[in-house]
Write a protein of this length. Structure first.
Length: 143
């Protein structure tokens, strides 16, 4: 189970890391200047809220929904548990792309810092380590 989740984690996260590296290199070589990409200030707060949803609220909601749907079962099938873990990974790994938007569009410091912190949280917390998977398997009584 862990190799499948790690593979998905890397596949989803690698393009975001590539975007950050490419953007950083383009800024260092002065291909992109600060303030070149500007979006309306209303969108700053919208991207911030979407980041909070994808990093914290969305995975928590799906975890609660999964726990509620499995509440009457004595054991959770491994296939359903894997599907649940994959959904949480997909949701949480959207956050790095919001961080890229915040950095690219030179968001105000508060919004950019908060979005980057939520990204770091999502990338760290939802990493599919064996320890975390085993813990979740114990909680949900996976076969």
């Amino acid at each position: 189970m862990q190799p499948i989740l790690k593979r998905q984690y890397i596949i989803v996260l690698l393009p975001a890391v590539g975007l950050f590296l490419t953007f950083g290199l383009a800024r260092q070589l002065n291909f992109i200047t600060p303030g070149q990409f500007v979006i309306p200030s209303v969108l700053h707060s919208m991207v911030f809220i979407l980041s909070a949803i994808t990093a914290i609220a969305g995975p928590l909601f799906f975890r609660t929904l999964f726990a509620h749907s499995m509440r009457k079962q004595t054991q959770v099938p491994a296939k359903e548990f894997l599907s649940f873990q994959r959904k949480i990974l997909w949701i949480s790994m959207i956050t790095p792309y919001f961080a890229f938007i915040a950095v690219l569009c030179d968001f105000p410091r508060f919004f950019a810092a908060a979005i980057v912190l939520m990204t770091l949280y999502a990338v760290y917390y939802y990493f599919p380590s064996q320890k975390r998977i085993n813990f979740d398997q114990k909680i949900f009584r996976v076969k």
